[in-house]
Design a protein around this ligand. Structure first.
Ligand SMILES: [Zn+2]
Length: 546
C-alpha cells in the first residue's frame, strides 16, 4: 500500500525540537523533577503532583528555550544535529546527577574544564556507557532518522515563538498558583537548577564566561578630584547601616500600629517616611546605592564598569571599613577594609554556624574605629529581615510578637504568624541601629559622629498573594519598594559642622529614594568632588559650609 505523495509524513523542525525537549525534561531529568516531590513544601497526593508538574513544566520551558535559541544556528534539517547532540549531552550530564548527586554550577564547570583526558577516562564505566546508550544515543538515532517536513522560514519562526509562549505561559500560571511553596522550597535549597541537564552546564558555562569577562573589565575611575573639603576639630565618623529586606510599612516610626522602632524613636534622629528603593533585590539595590547613578539611569553592567562611592571616599583620604553579615558587598567595596562575618561560629551571636544575629557586627567595632585618626566611613551590612526564615533573624528576647512563624516553609504558617515573625525582625534591627547609635555617641568624644540607616528593599508578606521580594520594579508592590531611611547625628557633629537641626527635621517631609544616599554620604564626610550632587544630599540645605 502506498500513501499519496502530497501527504507529508514525518516531523516539522519545531515538532522535532518539542519532542526532544519533552524527552530531556522527562527522562534524563527524572531526578531533577523528583527533587520537587522530595521537598517538604510538596505536601501529599494531588498537591504534590501539582507541585511536581510545575517543576516539570519549568524544566521543559528552560530546555525548550535553550533548544530554540541554539536552533538559530541550526537552520532547517540541521536541527537534527542539535537535537541529537542535546539528547546525548543530557544523558551524559544526568548520569552524574542521577547516580552521584553531582550538581553542576560554575565551580563544577570550572573543574570540568580543568580535567585531563586521563581523569575523564577514569570516570567512564559500564553503567555510564549503558545509561548514555539507552537514555541518549537511542533517542538521538531516532531523531536522526526521522523524516523531516520542510516548512517556510516565516511559518517556522512564528510557530516556534507561539510554542515557546504557550509552554512558558502554562508554566507561569502553574508556578504562580503555587508560588509560596516554590519560594520556600527554593530558599531552603530543596530544589536546585543545578540538577537540570544539560542546561545546567550550558548556563554555568555562560555565567562563567560572563564572570571572566567581568573580572577583566577595569572599572572607570570615579571622583579623581575627591578630597576632604575642610577639616574640623575632630575626624568625622559616619556609620552607614545597610539594611536587608526591611519594609517601611512595618516601622512604628512610619505610623505602623505596632511600636517596632522604640530605639530609633528614643535616639531622636530624622526618619524619612517616604523613601523608595532602587531595586527589589539586594543584587540590584546595593550596587545601585553605591553607583552614583539614579534609579532611572542605573544598569548593572554600567555599574560594574565604574568605581563606586567606596572608591570615591577612599580616594578622598578617608578610611572605609565594611563589615558584612549578609551576602557580601556585591562588588562595590574593592577599596574597603572588608570583614566577612557571615561564616562566623561565635556562639555569642550565632545560634548555628553561619547564621549570626546582626549584633555580631558591633562586637569589637569601637576599638577598631578608635584606632583611626582619619575621617572614617563604616558600612555595616545587616542580615536584617531576610526571609523566609524570619524567626532565625533575632534572639529569643526579641520575640515580642507571637505566635511567630517558626518555619521557613511559608505555606505552613498563617499570615498573622508570618507578620509576627517579620515584626520581630524589624524590632531587632531597630535595636541594632539603636546600639550602633550608642556606640557612635560614645565615640563622639573623639569623632564628629553620625549614623545613617537605609534598607535595600522591602518584602511582601502575603499581600495580593505575594511573598518575599524580587519582583520586576514596574510591577512590584509598595511593600517591596518602600524602605526605611533614618539619620542620626551626635551633638559634637552638630556643633562642629554647625548644621541646623530644625532644617534637618524639615527635610524628612520631602519624598526621598536610594538616589539620595550617595550624595548624603559624601555630604556627611564633607567630600568635595564633581561626584557630589548637592541637590541629592538629604541635608545640604542645612549645611552652612565654612
Ligand atoms: Zn536584600
Amino acid at each position: 500500500m502506498s500513501f499519496p505523495m502530497n501527504t507529508p509524513r514525518g516531523l516539522t523542525r519545531l515538532q522535532l525540537i518539542l519532542l526532544t525537549a519533552a524527552w530531556i525534561a522527562t527522562v534524563p531529568n527524572a531526578v531533577a523533577v523528583g527533587q520537587f516531590l522530595a521537598s517538604p513544601a510538596a505536601g501529599h497526593g494531588l498537591a504534590a503532583a501539582a507541585f511536581a508538574a510545575g517543576g516539570w513544566l519549568f524544566i521543559l520551558t528552560v530546555t525548550l528555550a535553550f533548544l530554540l535559541a541554539a536552533g538559530l544556528f541550526f537552520p532547517g534539517r540541521s536541527a537534527k544535529v542539535l537535537c541529537a547532540a542535546a539528547l546525548v549531552a543530557a544523558a551524559a550530564v544526568s548520569y552524574f546527577s542521577t547516580f552521584l548527586g553531582t550538581q553542576f554550577d560554575k565551580t563544577m564547570v570550572t573543574n570540568m574544564l580543568q580535567t585531563h583526558v586521563a581523569e575523564a577516562a577514569e570516570l567512564a564505566n559500564l553503567r555510564l556507557l549503558a545509561w548514555v546508550a539507552v537514555i541518549g544515543v537511542i533517542p538521538a538515532i531516532a531523531a536522526w532518522r526521522v523524516p523531516m517536513v520542510p516548512v517556510s522560514w516565516t511559518r517556522a519562526s512564528l510557530s516556534a515563538m507561539a510554542a515557546l509562549a504557550a509552554v512558558a505561559g502554562v508554566t507561569v500560571v502553574t508556578v504562580y498558583a503555587q508560588y509560596p511553596r516554590y519560594a520556600s522550597a527554593a530558599r531552603n535549597r530543596d530544589i536546585t537548577f543545578n540538577l537540570v541537564a544539560p542546561t545546567n552546564v550550558l548556563a554555568s558555562a555562560i555565567a562563567l564566561a560572563a564572570a571572566d569577562l567581568n573580572s577583566r573589565t577595569v572599572r572607570a575611575p570615579r571622583g579623581t578630584d575627591a578630597r576632604q573639603a575642610y577639616a574640623i576639630a575632630r575626624p568625622r565618623l559616619l556609620i552607614l547601616v545597610l539594611g536587608e529586606t526591611g519594609r517601611a510599612q512595618n516601622h512604628g516610626l512610619n505610623g505602623y500600629l505596632r511600636d517596632t522602632t522604640p530605639s530609633m524613636r528614643a535616639a531622636g534622629g530624622y526618619y524619612f517616611a517616604n523613601t523608595e528603593s532602587c531595586g527589589t533585590a539586594t543584587a540590584i539595590s546595593v550596587p545601585c546605592i553605591f553607583s552614583g547613578m539614579s534609579r532611572a539611569e542605573f544598569s548593572i553592567l554600567t555599574a560594574r564598569g565604574n568605581e563606586t562611592l567606596i572608591d570615591v571616599v577612599h580616594r578622598a583620604g578617608a578610611r572605609v571599613l565594611w563589615i558584612d553579615n549578609d551576602s557580601g558587598c556585591k562588588e562595590v567595596c574593592a577599596h574597603a577594609d572588608y570583614r566577612d562575618l557571615t561564616d562566623s561560629r561565635d556562639a555569642r551571636w550565632c545560634p548555628e554556624p553561619g547564621n549570626c544575629h546582626d549584633e555580631i557586627l558591633l562586637d569589637g567595632l569601637e576599638p577598631l574605629v578608635r584606632s583611626e585618626r582619619r575621617d572614617t566611613l563604616v558600612v555595616l551590612h545587616l542580615k536584617g529581615s531576610h526571609g523566609p526564615a524570619y524567626y532565625k533573624r533575632y534572639p529569643a528576647a526579641f520575640e515580642r510578637f507571637s505566635p511567630a512563624c517558626q518555619s521557613n516553609d511559608l505555606s505552613s504558617c498563617t499570615l498573622a504568624e508570618l507578620r509576627n515573625a517579620y515584626d520581630n525582625t524589624i524590632l531587632y534591627t531597630d535595636h541594632v541601629v539603636g546600639e550602633t547609635i550608642r556606640i557612635a555617641d560614645r565615640m563622639s568624644d573623639q569623632f564628629a559622629s553620625a549614623v545613617l540607616y537605609v534598607s535595600d528593599h522591602g518584602e511582601s508578606l502575603g499581600e495580593a498573594g505575594l511573598f518575599l521580594h524580587g519582583l520586576p520594579y514596574a510591577v512590584a508592590p509598595a511593600e517591596q519598594t518602600h524602605v526605611p531611611l533614618f539619620a542620626w547625628v551626635s551633638r559634637p557633629f552638630l556643633k562642629l559642622e554647625r548644621w541646623d537641626a530644625g532644617c534637618m527635621a524639615r527635610q524628612t517631609l520631602v519624598p526621598r529614594s536610594h538616589d539620595n544616599v550617595y550624595a548624603t554620604v559624601l555630604g556627611f564626610l564633607e567630600i568635595q568632588s564633581v561626584e557630589y550632587k548637592p541637590a541629592l544630599d538629604l541635608f545640604e540645605p542645612c549645611d552652612p559650609k565654612p
